[in-house]
Design a protein around this ligand. Structure first.
Ligand SMILES: Nc1ncnc2c1ncn2[C@@H]1O[C@H](COP(=O)(O)OP(=O)(O)OP(=O)(O)O)[C@@H](O)[C@H]1O
Ligand SMILES: [Mg+2]
Length: 239
């Protein structure tokens, strides 16, 4: 099968004020792939996702998504191109029900998505949310809130989703469910970039793996190859 890059980073650098955090990240995520982005605390994983989404104060290099140069575009334009982001802090809005939180995912989306149908479809995919559509979002369990954050990102039918540590702090049964969901999304043709500390779980889900360390890519291989290589995992992924 021909591999088409959907997201491509070329020598990307990023800064927080005077602090130079990414030192030239190059990586690609092909259409329909799940790529695990791993590395120890402070390696630059979140910063890489934030750079793609347009949330860094300063970034250089080149980021292409679906043939478009992203760095010159403001964050909302990137969202319109079909890129969704589930940040580590889930940002469920207090005072709003699950349904209203889901609706927020549609507010800025392209016109033409039927709200009722979209919520019904999401409820089908997330049975735990279906049972709780009218409950206040912030009263869900941590794992359910994470599912809601993912559902809210999916409701606008993005081509690609960037996820920052979705399994963090979630009980094993929900992590299992999430794994099943990600496989299903992949089978439906979605492209995922998955940042994880739960390295083995992520590698079992992913097609390819990229490790970053101190703001640089230090390893790239199939997920299966990294899963089998304990030495490299210990060297770069130990928390
Ligand atoms: N707002 C900020 N201001 C200044 N420096 C920051 C800021 N956020 C992150 N950094 C620094 O940038 C570097 C990369 O951080 P980043 O959050 O991308 O790491 P990470 O790989 O996601 O780590 P973790 O696994 O702990 O989430 C770290 O040295 C961090 O201290
Ligand atoms: Mg992080």
């Amino acid at each position: 099968m021909a591999e088409t890059a959907l997201l491509e980073l070329d020598r990307v650098q990023a800064w927080y004020g005077a602090s130079h955090v990414l030192h030239g990240i190059s990586l690609r995520v092909n259409e329909g792939e799940v790529v695990a982005l791993v590395g120890r605390n402070g390696a630059g994983k979140t910063t890489t996702l934030r750079t793609v989404m347009g949330l860094m104060p300063k970034a250089e290099g080149r980021v292409r998504f679906a043939g478009q140069d992203l760095l010159p575009l403001p964050a909302h334009r990137r969202f319109h191109l079909g890129l969704a982001y589930v940040p580590e802090e889930r940002r469920i809005v207090p005072g709003l029900s699950v349904r209203e939180n889901l609706r927020l995912g549609l507010v800025a989306a392209k016109a033409g998505i039927d709200e009722r149908a979209a919520i019904a479809e999401i409820a089908e995919t997330f049975p735990r949310l279906r049972e709780r559509l009218d409950q206040e979002g912030v009263t869900l369990s941590g794992g359910e809130q994470q599912m809601l954050a993912i559902a809210r990102a999916l409701i606008a039918q993005p081509r690609m989703v960037l996820l920052d540590e979705p399994s963090e702090g979630i009980m094993p049964v929900l992590v299992e469910e999430m794994g099943v969901l990600f496989r299903r999304l992949r089978d439906q043709g979605k492209t995922l970039l998955l940042v994880e500390q739960n390295v083995e779980w992520a590698l079992r889900l992913a097609d390819r793996a990229v490790i970053i360390d101190q703001g640089e890519v230090v390893h790239e291989s199939s997920a299966a190859a990294l899963l089998a290589d304990k030495d490299i995992q210990d060297r770069y992924c130990a928390v």
